[in-house]
Design a protein around this ligand. Structure first.
Ligand code: HEC
Ligand code: HEC
Length: 870
């Protein structure tokens, strides 16, 4: 029995659905009696058998499950799974087996006969698309799988029989099942997290707002296999952090739970770590993402909120906490608060901010509530103790503030899961890029052993993976940020950050490069960012420095950051890639520091990140799409000439047609493009020609009358002083420069629910006034890959669903952009949305009309125009 795909048009999951149980014959259980599981089952990238003898760790990169004999801890038994399995989650089942969710090929399978040299890999069971989590009920009556791309959970029995599909809401990510100790699994409840924060609703703006969304956990009754009312995990309006804006006014940092990648149940409570998002400006490492653990009462199904501590000091962490200390109550925590307090003035800090808290596991004892939280970016595990009796919670252990996974061997690990022994002595951590399992000894609070999984691939891609995910070392300030923190799975955290150019939905990175037939083509690169302001992945050096507060990798041999403005290699000028490779030419370092040469060994990090970005795969299409709707949508797509902007293998016309070159002197590509007229394109429509692009030169800043009018909704540019506006002509000049051949004006600036007021930048001017965002003259067409994982849509997240994009008249200019006579009905919108969701690497791309590729690369400089950058 299979239900259709979830209704993605509804913001909230459809909880009314209640279905029958999977077809479980209790005879199965009677003939195969099992010893029930000892504890609550939970999805993770690593699992341990109930007798503590065997650890199983997934290795997504080589379709392998590594079994480790814990009595030896020195070797592994690699069990090859199915080809394309890409195992993401593993769980121990009561019949002494491990169940694995294969994210890559949409299956689940059982590995049994664990005591044999070659364990048995069971027949794969087809589940939904992109299964990311698997968990089991105490007696194995239910195996549950969360299908990330489908918005569903599959339930079947431990023999793989009787699968039912339950719609739970968009992008379910992690699973846990209660364990009440009874004999009847139908008395238990499963909990599934939705990966992304969901809109609070009402009049609260969901985008660019620190408190606009909330975390959601859906309970599933195993008596009915039906979903219950969602448990909401609230945003924290005031985390206690403040960031100053340019007018030196302190701005309070709030954040909402997002990226709910794990869940654990313990002593009647549920614990959900998240990479909470703080999208409102100003941009600052302390004001972008926060490591949360949200806590809920699993019987009352409601949150134990972020709150001050009670009146007694906490003893479990070895620190005394004053009565009523904000953020130390026994409930939801912002771990950043506690890390900040522990670090005090110590530099470098002893505890890194536990960025990307990807997994959590409890010490399995009934009388205490102590968990270990794994930070994927900071290569550390932090111990957190909740004490409900005196209402306190704190981070650290009396003998150690943190557990550094790099301590035994100092290379980057990128841990993705943790399992704790049932005898409460050790934990095992699966380090994905480090390709090893670290053993943590609870008595010393240190890594006591490392078990290699298989020879580490030493190619640029694995090296780039480490650099992409890590927040350690030069990559952020005190562990605060990493590329992966906002680009989960290499895609998007779906947050609309208010960045330096305006409100910006995090872009997925699977379409930065074209991948014909799955093979990356390094010559087919998108122009980058919504406003087409970058032309190399290396340009994100400035993000590492600005967004994450790191030192960065473009540094001199004396470890001083190179001044990218002085070298004229910033953004579309010059080439950071070439700069990184030139160790001979002396360069200006920042803050008018000494002139020194680039450390090319360090700077080559960006070539590795670039190589890794080329390998990021797109999401598979949801399963169970209606073929007739997809076909109808395809025809509409062709009639509407969407491919004029969304054609080709990247599903976007955006293409870098030149090779950036170092510096920006006369004759450089940047200079020539600044003086080359743009080939404009219009769509003929009766008597009117609708321009797709309004700019004059290939490379220029925006100066637009429309922007000024919108900005003030009144008469002049007064709200956006001083240099950005020329009040006499009402022309706004809005930096930075954009590659205009990649930009299309489709009427989306300020359009949609967010309204015009939202088109502001992260920071204010020196007087605290908002500054107008870039984009009134258009945006860089995004790719149409991975749409099932990247709602909401548009640069500012103004379209909650794909259907909205073709029904809300605010977006009419966009849907008419290729064919002014395209007038979709609401059925058309549904069909078009179905087709868009079906686009994945297996879909044949729509041909790009070369006429509409305005980045042709034959630049003819206009001698009357003056290049502004030499
Ligand atoms: C705080 C969240 C955050 C962090 C950290 C972050 N990004 Fe992004 N990324 C974004 C957002 C938001 C955008 C869209 C920005 C825009 O268009 O102005 C983006 C866009 C991009 C793009 C452009 C993709 C395209 O197709 O246009 C690339 C490439 C990229 N990021 C790479 C990186 C790398 C590499 C790092 C680490 C050095 C990184 N990002 C760190 C949020 C983040
Ligand atoms: C003239 C160029 C152009 C045409 C034609 C065009 N688009 Fe777009 N499309 C864009 C631009 C530019 C954006 C980004 C606008 C923004 O973010 O404000 C966009 C955004 C989108 C998005 C949002 C993607 C995301 O990740 O946020 C989807 C989906 C989309 N277009 C589908 C379509 C479909 C379907 C058609 C045909 C009916 C179409 N587009 C026609 C230029 C175009």
């Amino acid at each position: 029995m299979t239900m259709g795909p979830p209704d993605q048009s509804a913001g909230a999951p459809d909880l009314s659905m209640t279905q029958g149980n999977p077809d479980l014959s209790d005879a199965d259980l009677a003939t195969n009696p099992v010893t029930p599981l000892k504890h609550e089952s939970r999805s993770s990238a690593i699992a341990i058998s109930d007798d503590d003898k065997l650890v199983a760790a997934v290795s997504p990169d080589d379709d392998t499950l590594f079994l480790i004999d814990t009595t030896k801890n020195n070797s592994t038994n690699p069990v090859k799974l199915t080809s394309g399995c890409e195992p993401r989650s593993v769980v121990y089942a009561p019949d002494v087996s491990f169940w694995v969710a294969c994210r890559g090929n949409g299956t689940a399978l059982k590995v049994s006969d664990l005591d044999k040299a070659s364990p048995t890999v069971g027949t794969p069971i087809t589940v939904g698309a992109e299964p990311t989590a698997i968990a089991v009920s105490p007696h194995g009556k239910f195996v549950l799988v969360a299908n990330y791309a489908d918005g569903t959970v599959n339930l079947f029995d431990n023999n793989g029989d009787g699968s039912v599909t339950l719609a739970v809401g968009p992008n379910p990510r992690a699973l846990a099942v209660t364990n009440g100790g009874g004999s009847d699994d139908t008395k238990e409840t499963a909990f599934v997290t939705l990966m992304f924060g969901q809109p609070i609703g009402g009049n609260v703006a969901s985008e660019g707002n620190d408190t606009g969304r909330q975390g959601v956990v859906i309970p599933i009754s195993l008596a009915t296999s039906g979903a219950g009312a969602p448990i909401n995990l609230a945003p924290i309006a005031d985390t206690g952090f403040k960031v100053n804006n340019k007018a030196n006014q302190p701005v309070v940092v709030g954040a909402y739970p997002n990226q709910l990648q794990a869940i654990a149940l313990h002593n009647g409570n549920g614990y959900v770590p998240s990479t909470a998002a703080s999208p409102a400006g100003p941009v600052n490492n302390a004001g972008n993402i926060h490591p949360f653990v949200s806590v809920f009462d699993a019987s009352k199904m409601s949150e134990r909120p972020f709150a001050p501590s009670g009146s007694n000091p906490n003893t479990r962490c070895g620190t005394n906490i004053a009565a009523s200390t904000a953020g130390y109550g026994a409930g939801t925590l912002d771990l950043a608060v506690q890390v900040r307090d522990l670090n005090g003035q110590t530099q470098p800090p002893p505890v890194l901010f536990p960025t990307i808290p990807v997994d959590i596991a409890f010490v399995p004892q009934a009388n205490i509530d102590i968990a270990y939280v794994v930070s994927e970016a900071s290569d550390e595990v932090v111990r957190v103790a909740w004490e409900y009796a005196n209402n306190t919670a704190c981070l650290g252990a009396p003998n150690a503030m943190t557990i550094n996974l790099q301590a035994m061997a100092g290379d980057v690990k990128v841990p993705i899961g943790i399992a704790v022994r049932n005898d409460a002595t050790l934990a095992y951590v699966n380090s994905w890029a480090g390709r090893e399992v670290e053993v943590i000894d609870f008595s010393s609070q240190t890594v006591s052993a490392r078990v290699p999984l298989s020879p580490a691939a030493n190619d640029p891609v694995n090296a780039g993976k480490k650099l992409f995910w890590t927040s350690t070392g030069r990559w952020s300030k005190a562990g605060w940020g990493s590329c992966g923190a906002c680009h989960p799975d290499g895609l998007s955290d779906n947050v609309t950050f208010v960045f330096n150019t305006g409100p910006r939905q995090t872009l997925p990175l699977d379409a930065v490069y074209g991948k014909p037939n799955g093979v990356p083509d390094p010559t087919d690169q998108r122009v980058l960012n919504w406003s087409a302001i970058f032309d190399e992945v290396h340009d994100f050096e400035n993000n590492t420095r600005g967004v994450s507060g790191g030192l960065g990798a473009i540094v001199s041999v004396n470890k001083n950051p190179i001044d990218l403005t002085a070298t004229k290699d910033l953004n579309l000028l010059g080439s950071v890639k070439q700069l990184a490779a030139d160790g001979a030419t002396p360069r200006q370092t920042v803050n008018a520091g000494p002139v020194e040469t680039v450390d090319t060994t360090v700077a080559s990090a960006w070539d590795k990140i670039d190589a890794y970005v080329q390998t990021l795969r797109s999401s598979h299409k949801p399963s169970g799409l209606d073929g007739n709707m997809v076909a109808a949508g395809h025809t509409l797509f062709q009639n509407a000439k969407c491919a004029e902007c969304h054609g080709g293998v990247k599903w976007t016309v955006s293409r870098r047609s030149f090779t950036p070159a170092q510096g920006a002197g006369t004759g450089s590509p940047a200079c020539v493009m600044q003086t080359t007229m743009l080939a404009k394109k219009s769509v003929p429509t009766g008597n009117v020609a609708k321009p797709q692009n309004n700019d004059a030169f290939q490379l220029e800043t925006e100066h637009t009358k429309q922007a000024c009018t919108l900005a003030t909704q009144a008469t002049d540019c007064a709200a956006f002083p001083p240099a950005t506006c020329n009040a006499s002509t009402l022309l706004c000049v809005i930096a930075p420069q954009r590659l205009t051949c990649a930009v299309r004006a489709v009427g989306t600036f300020g359009a949609g629910a967010q309204g015009t007021a939202f088109e502001v930048r992260s920071d204010t001017d020196g007087n605290g006034n908002p500054l107008l965002a870039e984009g009134a003259a258009g945006f860089n067409p995004p790719s149409l890959l991975s749409l099932a994982a990247t709602a909401p849509y548009l640069h500012n997240g103004a379209a909650p669903t794909l259907e909205d994009l073709f029904t809300d008249v605010a977006f009419k200019t966009h849907w008419e952009a290729g064919n002014p006579n395209f007038a979709p009905t609401s059925d058309d919108a549904k069909n078009l949305a179905a087709y868009l969701r079906s686009i994945d690497p297996s879909t044949s791309p729509e041909a790009l009309d070369p006429n509409f590729d305005l980045c042709q690369g034959s630049f003819v400089a206009n001698n009357n125009a003056v290049c502004t950058n030499p």
